[in-house]
Every structure is written in C-alpha cells, then in structure tokens.
Design a protein around this ligand. Structure first.
Ligand code: HEC
Ligand code: HEC
Length: 319
C-alpha cells in the first residue's frame, strides 16, 4: 500500500498521469442534492415567439417545446412527445429541431444512416459513457426502448434540418467562474474570474433562454489561447500524431456521406467523443475508423481539435 501511495505522489509530482480520469469540465456532474428551482407559475417566453410554457411543462420529458414552428418541418410523434413510459421526447433534450446543448448532442443535419447506427450502438452497448450516472444514461435507456419505426422517423427528421451556427469560441487565459446546473456549466454572473487551464468551458449565453429549450439559444465556449490554430494544424496534417480529418469528415469538416459533420458543433460534445473513442466508450463498427485518429492524442490535442472544429461555420455535406 505504502509503495503505491509513494508512486502516486511521484507520478503526480512529475505531472504523469497513468489512469486518466475523465475531466470534470467535459462531464459535469450536478452537485449532490441538486434540485431545479421550484415552478413559480410564471409563464416563460423567449424572444420572437408568441408561445408560452410553464416551468413544469418545460421539465416534462414528454414535451418538446415548440417555440418557432415555422422554422422547421413538423416534428414526428417520437420527437414531439415520445412514448410513455420510457421513450422520452427527443426534442425535450435535443430541442425541437435538434441543436441540443453542451450536455447532449447537436443532431441538426446528421446523416439519417449515422443516427440509426448510433441508436443501434446505444442499444447494443457499443456506445457507452466514461461517466455513468449522468444524463447519457437516459439516452441509452430510451434507445433500448425505441422501436425501429420511431428511430427511422426521428433520423429522417433530424437529417432534414439545415445546420446553423450557435457557438462563439473565445480564446482566453482568464475566464468567468462557472457552476454546474442540469449537467452543463453556467456563468456565476458575479464578476468572479479564474484561470482556464486546460479546459473547454462552454456556457449558454442566456441561461433562462437555454433552460426554456429555445432552439435559438446560443453558447460561448472559452478555450485556452492558441487552441484554434493548433487544432487547425492537427486537423490539416495530423502533425505526426493523428490523421487529417477532412479526408473522412469532408471539406471544412461539414460531413461526407454517412460520416458526421464536426463544423460548428459543441466543442464539449466533440471533446467527449474523442475521449470516448480513445478510452473504449465508442466501439461500434464505424467507430473503428476513429481509432488511429485518437490513439496518440493528449487531452490538450483533443481540446485543440474540438475548439477548431467548433469554430468553423456549418458547411455543406459532401455526398
Ligand atoms: C434525456 C435526454 C435525451 C433524450 C430525451 C434524447 N437524447 Fe439523444 N442524447 C442525449 C445525450 C446526453 C447524448 C450523448 C451526449 C454524449 O455522448 O456526450 C445523446 C446523443 C444522441 C445521439 C448521438 C449524436 C452523434 O452525433 O453521435 C443521437 C443520434 C441521439 N442522441 C438521438 C436521439 C433520438 C433519436 C432521441 C429520441 C428518440 C433522443 N436522442 C432523445 C440525451 C437525450
Ligand atoms: C478514416 C476516416 C476518419 C478520419 C481520418 C477521421 N474520422 Fe472522425 N469519424 C469517422 C467515422 C466513421 C465516425 C463515426 C464513428 C461512429 O459511428 O462511431 C467519426 C466520428 C467522429 C466524431 C464523433 C462525431 C459525433 O457526432 O459523435 C468526432 C468528434 C470525430 N470523428 C473527430 C475527428 C477528428 C478531429 C479527426 C481528425 C483529427 C477525425 N475525426 C478523423 C471517420 C474518420
């Protein structure tokens, strides 16, 4: 025991980390006893919509709030309402037309075949999470309960949405302090600051708008200075550490064939996926193609690649 403890101290002192633990900023866990604010009965509004919802409705897992119905096709049943008791409405978490947030995934314009494959991987256990006990557990359980017809309908719908930009990347050494709420980070709003270190700190611009599940919600992602340029270089050439991304993910990383786009998607989400590919959380048939890409990536490289991809405007998919 003693020897192990000493070894641990030595490793910590030299900055070497053997058994890497998933970074908390990428997998935020709600504090113990976390309780969302009580519903004060106030009807919630969002800009440029006449709709209203109460907080209780906004927290109902079988409601996908419909704030801007003219902006996207009608949601299929499984996206709008899901099916009780265990297929929660896709739009509840991913929002009505799929922009999602840092705590889940942006589904806008992903290839239908890719979406279907991911659902199959969640179902079979080939796609898991490095930090169980978070919201991903619900994604896994509902994938197991969803029927093929429901999955096909949801996949066709999200694939038909045109991706749009909703993230601003800010490189900064010093950033506002944050706290965890609803499995993501939010600004403390008290003017307190801290050093970014090696993290991506992604927050909704307007917390209440995001919590109201407005599809127009926007995000700021703070990243370490130099990340975007470093990521661009790694993505372009592999830098001797990885494989150039565009060959598979398309020009400007807008996606190609059945391979998902990376451009303009949440950097926290993208980071988690690189981490999962590397640490065995994604082992589906298609995931094998990502193995050589992640094998030699350090956390800082993953941060840089995620920051770079997220900084790009959503681009047209190559067929
Ligand atoms: C309870 C919230 C929740 C609901 C409801 C939900 N999801 Fe998810 N979804 C998640 C989370 C969390 C992730 C994974 C994020 C991660 O891996 O970091 C995810 C990931 C995904 C992915 C992977 C995206 C990618 O780029 O690989 C797909 C596809 C997906 N969801 C489809 C659906 C569909 C279809 C439905 C409805 C049948 C649905 N989700 C309902 C929370 C949810
Ligand atoms: C040989 C082809 C190939 C190369 C090269 C490649 N990828 Fe991928 N990538 C894929 C495939 C295929 C998937 C889907 C995997 C799956 O279904 O599990 C994927 C998925 C991903 C995902 C998860 C997306 C999501 O929606 O969940 C990320 C992030 C990613 N790649 C990043 C990169 C980066 C960054 C690079 C370059 C450094 C890169 N990839 C290079 C083939 C590739």
């Amino acid at each position: 025991m003693k020897r192990i403890a000493v070894a641990g101290v030595l490793l910590a002192a030299t900055g070497v980390c053997l058994a890497q633990t998933p970074p908390e900023w990428a997998y935020p866990v709600n504090p113990p006893g976390f309780k969302p604010k009580a519903d004060d009965g106030r009807p919630r509004h969002v800009p440029s919509s006449n709709a209203t919802y109460t907080l209780t409705q906004l927290r109902d897992r079988f409601i996908s709030p419909l704030w801007h119905p003219a902006e996207h096709p009608a949601q299929p049943e499984v996206v709008a309402r899901g099916r009780k008791p265990d297929v929660f409405a896709c739009g509840f978490c991913h929002r009505a037309d799929g922009p999602g947030g840092p705590e889940n995934a942006n589904l806008m314009g992903l290839p239908a075949k890719y979406i279907v494959q991911q659902m199959a991987d969640y179902k079979s256990g080939a796609r898991k999470t490095a930090v169980p006990g978070r919201n991903v557990d619900l994604m896994i359980s509902l994938a197991k309960a969803a029927t093929d017809a429901e999955i096909q309908a949801a996949a066709a719908y999200f694939a038909s949405v045109r991706p749009r930009a909703n993230i601003r990347i800010v490189e900064s050494e010093i950033i506002p302090r944050t706290y965890v709420t609803g499995w993501h980070l939010a600004l403390m709003d008290k003017g307190e600051q801290e050093a970014i270190g090696q993290r991506i700190v992604e927050v909704p611009e307007v917390l209440e708008q995001f919590e109201s599940r407005d599809t127009h919600a926007r995000f700021i992602a703070y990243v370490p200075p130099g990340s975007v340029k470093k990521g661009e270089a790694l993505a372009a050439t592999g830098g001797g550490k990885t494989v150039a991304c565009a060959g598979c993910h398309g020009r400007a990383l807008g996606g190609a064939g059945d391979i998902p786009a990376l451009a303009g998607r949440s950097p926290t989400y993208l980071f988690r996926q690189l981490y999962e590919f590397k640490h065995g959380g994604r082992t589906g048939v298609q995931s094998q193609q990502m193995k050589p890409t992640v094998e030699n990536l350090a956390l800082e490289d993953m941060i840089a690649l995620a920051a770079y991809a997220a900084s790009l405007a959503p681009a047209v998919r190559e067929e």
